[in-house]
Design a protein around this ligand. Sequence first.
Ligand code: ME8
Length: 509
Amino acid sequence: MEKTFYVTTPIYYVNDVPHIGHAYTTLACDVMARYKRSRGYQVAFLTGTDEHGQKVEAAAKTNGETPLELADRVVKRFQALWDKLNISHTDFIRTTQERHKHTVQEQFKTIEAKGDIYLGEYEDWYCTPCETFWTETQMINGNCPDCGRATTKLKEESYFFRMSKYQEQLLAHIEANPDFIQPKSRRNEILSFVREGLRDLSISRTSFSWGIPVPGNEKHVIYVWFDALTNYISALGYPEDQNQLFATFWPAVHVIGKDILRFHTVYWPTFLMAAGLPLPQQIFAHGWWTVEGQKMSKSLRNVVEPHMLADTYGVDTIRYFLLREVPFGLDGDFSHSALIGRINSDLANDLGNLVSRSTAMLGKYFGGTLPQADVAEAIDDRFVDIFSETVRKSDALLNEMAFNKALIVIWELISAGNKYIDDTAPWTLAKDPSQQQRLGTVMYNLIDSLRVIALLITPFMPETAEKILTLLGRETSSLHTEEFDFSVRLTAGTTIDKATPMFPRIETQ
Ligand code: ME8
């Protein structure tokens, strides 16, 4: 049996343009997808756009265009950004696609046939920006408890999903599967929410029309969250599953922001239970980015545009920074000074320096030809031992999506490399003809550490890794496979090119 891995981002609303928050989630998924591929997994990686609902309908109206025109326009911005950031998704779903509409209607029919959808009347407070109903008691000062904005009272005929029926089954699942919701703080939050009791959920609207019609009653459109969540299986071709994608890849790991935790850990699992489908493998909710200490918002004009960031600082730099700066799961703050600090210290001083010093010395002392590692001393063995130790530690951390810790561990190896240079002082060895073999050993180990580092940073910084691997003679070695083999060391005699500076320092006033 082949090992498989299915990772998803939320599908982003098309009434907003992409910013670093969206880029963050998508990058995290990309790192997981690339990491799992490098370990021999067959990977499905899904992202896309959420194009239905009142919010999109209203935004289109403001712009004087149809909702589909709006979606067609904005979806291009998301797709262009993912290309720019080197996102390796295997599918991109739009909820206006026929394949998606079909699955949503089938899912509705299945749950209705089971008796878990019924027609009733809804009267409650609706927050349009969040597309969520609230009861009187849930609101804060009459406003939406999530976003703080004003709500409106809505009364309409509505289809309901018997969510209350699944309360105990959901609780039992969360309790029996500690990794189902991560991080732990989010799991606890949902456990107490579910313990307070689940109400049946209104899953259709009659007050607007931009959505997927309820099968057999076209006056109603299906609730945008019932619609949107189904994307995770519609992209796999469920229920017909002609290409066996559902059979191969489901269940998924869903990576989301903490803002949409309840939809993913309560609504979605109970819909799946009602449809008789296995629950997701895991839902990981990361934290929230602010910008220079403030909430990102169009009115504050402080939305950080990832496209521009990548043009200014480089794609890999942004990929590195976002995943290194904040522990995945916690909130973080974006600032240009923090970004420049990381570029100068971690990228220019640590990684860039190690690569350029090592390859320059090899050029100088051995004409760029990799020598044998013949005369190892304790200091050399200690350094080489760190290679496999780092791989082991970083593997364990990546499997927990502890991206920043994995990067810290990888950077410890980089620092160890720079320290190894200082401690062995190759320039001194080079002056002594009797130390030529020893110098060879040191140079071999240094260059070989670049191989391990490149392989380890590949999921995070694919272009940088590629550059290093090319210097190391990618074409002639075992480094060209997707499934990286950390244990195969470089072959002596290989010609290694001298690196050009990869991360110039940024001087600020
Ligand atoms: O909620 N910090 O779409 P959305 C970190 N369509 N992450 C952020 C962020 C920030 N400041 N801002 C946004 C929706 N995000 C629904 C999802 S899924 C079936 C339907 C990221 O466009 C984060 O991943 O509002 C968050 O969950 C997502 O964007 C919300 O995107």
